[in-house]
Write a protein that binds this ligand. Sequence first.
Ligand SMILES: [Zn+2]
Length: 66
Amino acid sequence: MKCPVCGCQEFYVKDPEDEFETHGFSVASGDVRFADEGSALEIQDVTETYCDRCSWHGGLGELKKS
Ligand SMILES: [Zn+2]
């Protein structure tokens, strides 16, 4: 799993309850691993995911396909 545009494996999602708060995670291991282990955010295939390095964003499911 990596960004289809830049190949980065660091991403973040916006907090569903506060769009100004973001939760960063890495997919380098093939799984979603939050940097902050305290965040028990549930990410689904349709969850909007943002690349940490470029302007790519899309569902987590799109990431898996690439
Ligand atoms: Zn990217």
